[in-house]
Design a protein around this ligand. Structure first.
Ligand SMILES: NC(=O)c1ccc[n+]([C@@H]2O[C@H](COP(=O)([O-])OP(=O)(O)OC[C@H]3O[C@@H](n4cnc5c(N)ncnc54)[C@H](O)[C@@H]3O)[C@@H](O)[C@H]2O)c1
Ligand SMILES: [Zn+2]
Length: 389
């Protein structure tokens, strides 16, 4: 019970992966917790999950409902805004409505009602970057643009130096918060909106606000139903069903995978220190892992011999490499504790306790192709087509 004084925390999206772990942590620290969650059907196909803590007040409500948001804020000291529509989905209006307008509604209500909220922590994302930072042999640290679709369609994945006349293939390096923001998918664009709205509002209203830019988060309770988010969850449900993981590009792209317990603790830290106030803050493991390696680790944990497939498909707007520079958070006391191997073991153990787990990815794949979220490479005539083997 460290300084919580029984204060009331609102966790939006508290039935989800991060929100539920955060709710548990807050309750353990002596906070009272109220959850607002609409139980988004794509994430919660079986209804309200059993892990929503009994000790929390649960409001089955939607961020798009102003009255519900108002009611959820009553008496609240701390807001942890985790609810969002996520992943690579074809919708546009829904993303903007839930993520951008939902955040605006929440912030506007606090201001208009003069609510005594002490701090707002919002779930931003590494998706706000255009591409991971990189090193050019000639130009040093650079912040490349998103790779052009034409380049990807030709099956060329490397990130090249954008300096005029250079174009060298770069080496990835960790990305600091100063890197330029992008918004290269609809989801990413709404995360940029959300973060900017929150930090701007915090400055205007003198309410400490922190935007945590999470890296790829995974762990027990990550939806086994949602085929559009979370590569670890998708690979696990594929392999459990004897299906090969599908690697986009060549599988050599890298990401920073962070265990959900570390993300939850980062939220508590942000709420209890003033060192991060007013800032965007990277939260991750600080380590790069290739997507192919993730597939390999899950296979190894399951003792599966099913090999991943890489058919040269790609998602326009996607980054090639992204590892978070976590020094800002570390200076305030953040330290990731769970490594990838342990985290994957915990996820698989949890999946094992979930009864029959279906593979939803096969159906989703078709939708993603039709809606042009996933593209295929089209190599020039006469070059052979090794990628499609
Ligand atoms: N998981 C990741 O890799 C990751 C990475 C970066 C950022 N984030 C952000 O972290 C936050 C939490 O993500 P998560 O991984 O726990 O996802 P999740 O899908 O497990 O949880 C999100 C929760 O929000 C709820 N929700 C969705 N739309 C809602 C609405 N309109 N009204 C009320 N509730 C709604 C869902 O029902 C769900 O329980 C999100 O803001 C997400 O954008 C996640
Ligand atoms: Zn260069």
């Amino acid at each position: 019970m460290t300084g919580s004084n029984g204060r009331l925390a609102l966790v939006t999206g508290g039935a989800g992966l991060i929100g539920s772990h955060l709710s548990d942590l807050l309750l353990g620290e002596g906070y009272r917790v109220r959850i607002l969650d609409n139980l988004e059907p794509q994430t919660h196909r079986a209804g309200k999950p059993a892990w929503v803590p009994e000790a929390a007040e649960f409001l089955h409500a939607d961020m798009r409902d102003s009255e519900a948001v108002r009611a959820a804020l009553e008496g609240v000291s701390l807001v942890f805004h985790q609810a969002a529509y996520g992943g690579y989905m074809p919708e546009m209006a829904k993303y903007v409505d839930v993520n951008s307008l939902g955040t605006a509604r929440l912030l506007e209500t606090i201001r208009d009602e003069n609510l005594l909220v002490e701090k707002v922590v919002v779930a931003s994302s590494q998706a706000v970057y255009r591409e991971g930072a990189a090193l050019c042999a000639e130009h040093g640290l650079i912040f490349p643009e998103t790779r052009p679709v034409g380049q990807l369609a030709a099956g060329e994945w490397a990130v090249r130096c954008p300096e005029p006349g250079c174009g060298r293939v770069t080496e990835p390096t960790s990305t600091p918060e100063e890197a330029p923001m992008g918004g290269e998918t609809v989801y990413a664009l709404t995360k940029v909106d959300q973060e900017r709205l929150a930090l701007l509002w915090g400055r205007q209203n003198g309410i400490p606000t922190v935007a945590l830019r999470y890296s790829c988060t995974y762990g027990p309770r990550q939806s086994v139903f949602n085929p559009y988010t979370g590569v670890i969850a998708i690979f696990c449900t594929r392999l459990v069903n004897g299906q090969p993981p599908v690697l986009y590009e060549d599988g050599e792209q890298t990401r920073d995978f962070c265990y959900v317990g570390d993300i939850a603790r980062a939220n508590l830290l942000a709420a209890t220190t003033d060192r991060l106030d007013g800032l965007p803050v990277n939260i991750g493991s600080g380590r790069a892992t290739t997507i192919r390696e993730v597939a390999g680790r899950v296979s190894a944990s399951l003792g599966s011999s099913v090999e991943p497939v890489a058919r040269g498909e790609f998602r326009p707007g996607e980054m090639r490499h992204l590892t978070s520079d976590i020094s800002r958070a570390a200076a305030a006391g953040y330290e990731p504790q769970t490594d990838l191997e342990t985290g994957i073991e915990r996820y698989l153990e949890w999946i094992g306790s979930q009864g029959d787990v279906r593979d939803y990815f096969a159906e989703a794949e078709e939708v993603l192709r039709k809606k042009r979220i996933v593209h295929e490479t089209s190599p020039p005539e006469g070059t052979g087509d090794a990628r499609r083997g």
